[in-house]
Design a protein around this ligand. Structure first.
Ligand code: SF4
Length: 255
Protein backbone atom coordinates (compact mmCIF):
# COMPACT_ATOMS: atom_id res chain seq x y z
CA UNK A 1 0.00 0.00 0.00
CA UNK A 2 1.27 3.51 -0.84
CA UNK A 3 2.41 6.00 1.77
CA UNK A 4 -0.93 7.85 1.65
CA UNK A 5 -2.83 4.73 2.63
CA UNK A 6 -6.10 3.29 1.37
CA UNK A 7 -9.01 5.70 1.50
CA UNK A 8 -6.97 8.89 1.87
CA UNK A 9 -8.26 11.90 -0.05
CA UNK A 10 -6.52 12.80 -3.32
CA UNK A 11 -4.67 16.14 -3.16
CA UNK A 12 -6.79 19.27 -3.43
CA UNK A 13 -6.09 22.87 -4.27
CA UNK A 14 -6.25 25.82 -1.89
CA UNK A 15 -8.26 28.35 -3.84
CA UNK A 16 -8.90 31.93 -2.78
CA UNK A 17 -11.24 33.10 -5.55
CA UNK A 18 -12.32 32.47 -9.14
CA UNK A 19 -13.17 35.54 -11.18
CA UNK A 20 -13.56 37.05 -14.63
CA UNK A 21 -11.65 40.20 -15.50
CA UNK A 22 -9.10 41.56 -17.95
CA UNK A 23 -5.43 40.80 -17.83
CA UNK A 24 -3.72 43.83 -16.33
CA UNK A 25 -0.03 43.03 -16.78
CA UNK A 26 2.32 42.11 -19.60
CA UNK A 27 1.84 41.69 -23.34
CA UNK A 28 -1.70 40.25 -23.03
CA UNK A 29 -2.94 43.32 -21.19
CA UNK A 30 -6.62 43.97 -21.86
CA UNK A 31 -7.50 40.39 -22.78
CA UNK A 32 -10.69 39.13 -21.11
CA UNK A 33 -9.70 36.13 -19.01
CA UNK A 34 -10.82 34.08 -16.08
CA UNK A 35 -8.55 33.77 -13.05
CA UNK A 36 -8.11 31.07 -10.46
CA UNK A 37 -6.31 32.66 -7.55
CA UNK A 38 -4.71 30.15 -5.21
CA UNK A 39 -3.97 30.72 -1.53
CA UNK A 40 -0.42 30.45 -0.27
CA UNK A 41 2.94 31.84 -1.32
CA UNK A 42 6.55 30.97 -0.49
CA UNK A 43 7.68 34.62 -0.67
CA UNK A 44 6.73 37.86 1.04
CA UNK A 45 7.43 40.73 -1.34
CA UNK A 46 7.30 44.31 -0.03
CA UNK A 47 5.00 45.35 -2.87
CA UNK A 48 2.60 42.37 -2.74
CA UNK A 49 -0.83 43.52 -3.88
CA UNK A 50 -2.56 40.29 -2.82
CA UNK A 51 -1.29 39.72 0.75
CA UNK A 52 -4.65 38.26 1.86
CA UNK A 53 -4.31 35.44 -0.65
CA UNK A 54 -1.23 34.14 1.17
CA UNK A 55 -3.66 32.69 3.76
CA UNK A 56 -6.15 29.90 3.12
CA UNK A 57 -9.92 30.31 3.42
CA UNK A 58 -12.60 27.63 3.50
CA UNK A 59 -14.80 28.95 0.71
CA UNK A 60 -13.79 30.76 -2.46
CA UNK A 61 -16.24 33.09 -4.23
CA UNK A 62 -16.83 32.91 -7.98
CA UNK A 63 -17.10 36.49 -9.22
CA UNK A 64 -18.28 38.20 -12.39
CA UNK A 65 -16.36 41.20 -13.87
CA UNK A 66 -18.20 43.61 -11.53
CA UNK A 67 -17.20 41.56 -8.49
CA UNK A 68 -20.73 40.17 -8.02
CA UNK A 69 -20.73 36.72 -6.46
CA UNK A 70 -22.19 34.02 -8.73
CA UNK A 71 -21.46 31.11 -6.40
CA UNK A 72 -18.77 29.56 -4.25
CA UNK A 73 -16.29 26.68 -4.29
CA UNK A 74 -15.28 24.85 -1.11
CA UNK A 75 -11.54 25.04 -0.45
CA UNK A 76 -9.36 23.00 -0.61
CA UNK A 77 -11.05 22.14 -3.90
CA UNK A 78 -10.95 19.11 -6.15
CA UNK A 79 -9.51 19.98 -9.58
CA UNK A 80 -12.72 18.91 -11.35
CA UNK A 81 -14.76 21.21 -9.09
CA UNK A 82 -12.58 24.14 -10.16
CA UNK A 83 -12.99 23.21 -13.81
CA UNK A 84 -16.76 23.17 -13.29
CA UNK A 85 -16.56 26.65 -11.71
CA UNK A 86 -14.61 28.02 -14.71
CA UNK A 87 -17.00 26.41 -17.20
CA UNK A 88 -20.07 27.82 -15.44
CA UNK A 89 -18.41 31.24 -15.21
CA UNK A 90 -17.74 31.05 -18.96
CA UNK A 91 -21.38 30.12 -19.59
CA UNK A 92 -22.50 33.04 -17.44
CA UNK A 93 -20.21 35.84 -18.64
CA UNK A 94 -18.54 34.43 -21.80
CA UNK A 95 -15.82 36.33 -23.64
CA UNK A 96 -12.75 34.45 -22.42
CA UNK A 97 -10.72 31.50 -23.61
CA UNK A 98 -7.66 31.98 -21.38
CA UNK A 99 -7.60 30.85 -17.77
CA UNK A 100 -4.87 32.43 -15.65
CA UNK A 101 -3.56 30.51 -12.66
CA UNK A 102 -2.41 33.11 -10.18
CA UNK A 103 -1.89 33.66 -6.48
CA UNK A 104 -0.21 33.61 -4.18
CA UNK A 105 2.08 31.21 -5.97
CA UNK A 106 0.33 28.44 -7.94
CA UNK A 107 3.37 26.16 -7.91
CA UNK A 108 3.24 25.67 -4.12
CA UNK A 109 -0.04 23.75 -4.58
CA UNK A 110 0.05 19.93 -4.67
CA UNK A 111 1.52 19.19 -8.09
CA UNK A 112 -0.62 16.19 -8.98
CA UNK A 113 -3.80 18.22 -8.40
CA UNK A 114 -2.42 21.19 -10.31
CA UNK A 115 -1.43 18.96 -13.22
CA UNK A 116 -4.90 17.47 -13.32
CA UNK A 117 -6.55 20.89 -13.25
CA UNK A 118 -4.36 22.13 -16.13
CA UNK A 119 -4.95 18.99 -18.20
CA UNK A 120 -8.74 19.18 -17.78
CA UNK A 121 -8.88 22.91 -18.56
CA UNK A 122 -6.90 22.35 -21.76
CA UNK A 123 -9.10 19.39 -22.72
CA UNK A 124 -12.07 21.75 -22.40
CA UNK A 125 -10.41 24.06 -24.94
CA UNK A 126 -9.09 26.72 -22.58
CA UNK A 127 -5.63 28.20 -22.96
CA UNK A 128 -3.84 28.06 -19.61
CA UNK A 129 -1.59 30.89 -18.41
CA UNK A 130 0.65 30.36 -15.37
CA UNK A 131 1.48 33.51 -13.42
CA UNK A 132 4.42 32.59 -11.22
CA UNK A 133 7.12 34.14 -9.10
CA UNK A 134 9.50 31.73 -10.90
CA UNK A 135 11.20 30.87 -7.62
CA UNK A 136 10.84 27.08 -7.96
CA UNK A 137 12.86 26.00 -11.01
CA UNK A 138 12.59 22.33 -10.00
CA UNK A 139 8.87 22.56 -10.72
CA UNK A 140 9.23 24.35 -14.07
CA UNK A 141 8.96 21.22 -16.18
CA UNK A 142 6.25 19.58 -14.09
CA UNK A 143 3.33 21.56 -15.52
CA UNK A 144 2.24 21.73 -19.17
CA UNK A 145 0.77 25.19 -19.69
CA UNK A 146 0.40 27.30 -22.84
CA UNK A 147 1.73 30.59 -21.50
CA UNK A 148 4.12 31.49 -18.69
CA UNK A 149 4.21 34.94 -17.13
CA UNK A 150 7.20 34.95 -14.79
CA UNK A 151 8.14 37.63 -12.30
CA UNK A 152 11.87 38.15 -11.94
CA UNK A 153 12.45 38.66 -8.24
CA UNK A 154 15.39 40.74 -7.04
CA UNK A 155 17.17 40.67 -3.66
CA UNK A 156 15.63 44.00 -2.62
CA UNK A 157 12.06 42.81 -3.28
CA UNK A 158 11.62 41.43 0.22
CA UNK A 159 12.96 39.21 2.99
CA UNK A 160 14.17 35.66 2.26
CA UNK A 161 15.37 36.56 -1.22
CA UNK A 162 18.53 34.45 -1.20
CA UNK A 163 19.36 33.07 -4.65
CA UNK A 164 17.46 35.69 -6.65
CA UNK A 165 17.36 36.54 -9.50
CA UNK A 166 19.29 33.36 -10.42
CA UNK A 167 16.40 31.07 -9.47
CA UNK A 168 14.04 32.99 -11.77
CA UNK A 169 16.52 32.92 -14.65
CA UNK A 170 16.91 29.16 -14.25
CA UNK A 171 13.12 28.77 -14.23
CA UNK A 172 12.82 30.77 -17.46
CA UNK A 173 15.63 28.80 -19.09
CA UNK A 174 13.71 25.60 -18.36
CA UNK A 175 10.32 26.75 -19.71
CA UNK A 176 11.23 29.04 -22.60
CA UNK A 177 10.95 26.44 -25.35
CA UNK A 178 8.11 24.45 -23.85
CA UNK A 179 5.29 26.99 -24.18
CA UNK A 180 3.51 29.01 -26.84
CA UNK A 181 4.42 32.29 -25.10
CA UNK A 182 6.91 33.01 -22.30
CA UNK A 183 7.50 36.46 -20.91
CA UNK A 184 9.33 37.91 -17.93
CA UNK A 185 8.27 40.87 -15.81
CA UNK A 186 10.98 42.80 -14.04
CA UNK A 187 9.27 44.70 -11.22
CA UNK A 188 11.13 47.92 -10.41
CA UNK A 189 10.36 48.76 -6.83
CA UNK A 190 13.32 50.69 -5.39
CA UNK A 191 16.61 52.37 -6.26
CA UNK A 192 18.40 49.04 -5.71
CA UNK A 193 16.27 47.47 -8.44
CA UNK A 194 17.47 50.07 -10.92
CA UNK A 195 21.09 49.45 -9.94
CA UNK A 196 20.91 45.72 -10.61
CA UNK A 197 18.50 45.92 -13.59
CA UNK A 198 21.07 46.39 -16.44
CA UNK A 199 22.87 43.19 -15.48
CA UNK A 200 19.61 41.25 -15.08
CA UNK A 201 18.28 42.55 -18.41
CA UNK A 202 21.44 41.43 -20.19
CA UNK A 203 20.98 37.93 -18.81
CA UNK A 204 17.24 37.90 -19.68
CA UNK A 205 18.07 39.09 -23.19
CA UNK A 206 20.32 36.06 -23.62
CA UNK A 207 17.36 33.75 -22.97
CA UNK A 208 15.56 35.03 -26.11
CA UNK A 209 12.14 35.20 -24.46
CA UNK A 210 9.05 36.42 -26.32
CA UNK A 211 8.84 39.65 -24.32
CA UNK A 212 10.55 41.36 -21.40
CA UNK A 213 8.30 43.71 -19.43
CA UNK A 214 9.68 46.57 -17.34
CA UNK A 215 7.01 47.08 -14.70
CA UNK A 216 7.37 50.00 -12.28
CA UNK A 217 5.82 48.84 -8.99
CA UNK A 218 2.53 50.47 -8.04
CA UNK A 219 3.24 52.52 -4.87
CA UNK A 220 6.93 51.55 -5.05
CA UNK A 221 9.70 53.31 -3.10
CA UNK A 222 10.82 54.98 -6.31
CA UNK A 223 8.68 56.64 -8.98
CA UNK A 224 10.81 56.49 -12.11
CA UNK A 225 10.39 58.84 -15.04
CA UNK A 226 9.90 57.43 -18.51
CA UNK A 227 13.44 58.49 -19.49
CA UNK A 228 14.93 56.26 -16.80
CA UNK A 229 12.83 53.27 -17.86
CA UNK A 230 13.63 54.01 -21.50
CA UNK A 231 17.33 54.02 -20.64
CA UNK A 232 17.03 50.48 -19.26
CA UNK A 233 15.35 49.30 -22.47
CA UNK A 234 18.14 50.65 -24.66
CA UNK A 235 20.34 47.91 -26.00
CA UNK A 236 17.90 45.09 -25.16
CA UNK A 237 17.39 43.06 -28.33
CA UNK A 238 14.27 41.18 -27.15
CA UNK A 239 10.80 42.69 -27.43
CA UNK A 240 10.42 45.15 -24.54
CA UNK A 241 7.29 46.65 -23.03
CA UNK A 242 7.27 49.38 -20.40
CA UNK A 243 3.97 48.75 -18.63
CA UNK A 244 2.57 49.60 -15.22
CA UNK A 245 -0.25 47.52 -13.72
CA UNK A 246 -2.96 48.69 -16.10
CA UNK A 247 -5.92 47.26 -14.15
CA UNK A 248 -5.01 49.56 -11.27
CA UNK A 249 -4.73 52.61 -13.53
CA UNK A 250 -8.12 51.75 -15.01
CA UNK A 251 -9.69 51.30 -11.58
CA UNK A 252 -10.71 47.69 -12.24
CA UNK A 253 -10.91 45.96 -8.90
CA UNK A 254 -9.02 42.90 -10.03
CA UNK A 255 -6.48 41.77 -12.63
S1 SF4 B 1 5.38 36.31 -5.03
FE1 SF4 B 1 3.53 37.45 -5.59
S2 SF4 B 1 1.94 36.71 -4.18
FE2 SF4 B 1 3.92 36.06 -3.34
S3 SF4 B 1 4.44 37.71 -1.91
FE3 SF4 B 1 5.43 38.19 -3.85
S4 SF4 B 1 3.97 39.55 -4.93
FE4 SF4 B 1 2.83 38.53 -3.25
Amino acid sequence: MGARGRGSRPPRLNVYEVFASVQGEGPLVGEPQSFIRFSGCNLSCHYCDEPASRSARPEAPVLDPDGEELGTVDSPARPDRLVEAVVSLEEEVGAFRTVSLTGGEPLVQPLSALQRLIRELRERGFRVLLETNASLPDRAERVEVDIVSADVKLPSHGPRMEGFPDRCLEFLERVRERCELVYAKLVLYSEECFEIAPDVLERLDGLELDTIVLQPATDGEKEPGLGELWGLARGVKSEVRILPQVHKLAGFIRK
